[in-house]
Design a binder for this molecule. Structure first.
Ligand code: NI
Length: 167
């Protein structure tokens, strides 16, 4: 858990950069990729990540202009990537202006439970990682290159002319 706003922002900066890297690797055609028709497509998962920035922090009282929850999934990857960049910048600015280290320990009613703001920010990170990982699996099904995030992806190894270690 975070005991300073800066400790969250340091981790978030890297996580947001990774998400941006994934969104920038998407193509318009790939947005329709699903495991089965009953599951969310890449486009819907990506847009869910974008709209959650406003939805989750908004529940906790943060105010900034974001993509409206439930708004239609854009038809191009560029729109999703641009929206994420815009909304993320607005959210980080609002967090710096409206919240402080002390705010992290304040509780808010979140989905019927009492969460500290520190926990809200933690879940914001884990929720994004969860859905971003779902997207990377779908990207391979769509024939896209998956960029390495926490280390080289298989594609990164192959591009360098070597094989990933067997682990
Ligand atoms: Ni979700």
């Amino acid at each position: 858990m975070f005991n300073s706003l800066q400790s969250f922002l340091d981790i978030w900066q890297d996580e947001a950069a990774s998400t941006q890297l994934i969104f920038d690797a998407l193509t318009d055609e790939s947005l329709n990729q699903t495991i089965t028709p009953e599951h969310r497509s890449i486009g819907r998962l990506a847009w869910h990540i974008v709209t959650t920035l406003d939805e989750m922090t908004g529940h906790a009282g943060l105010k900034f202009d974001g993509a409206a929850l439930g708004s239609e999934v854009p038809s191009t990857a560029a729109e999703i990537s641009d929206a994420y960049q815009r909304e993320n910048e607005a959210m980080v600015k609002a967090i710096r202006e409206q919240w402080s280290d002390a705010t992290l320990f304040e509780e808010r009613d979140m989905y019927g439970e009492d969460w500290t703001i520190g926990n809200v920010l933690w879940v914001l990170i884990t929720h994004q990682i969860h859905h971003r990982a779902q997207i990377t699996v779908l990207m391979r099904q769509a024939g896209l290159m998956v960029p390495g995030l926490y280390g080289p992806s298989k594609e990164d190894w192959l591009t360098r002319g070597s094989m990933p270690p067997e682990v």
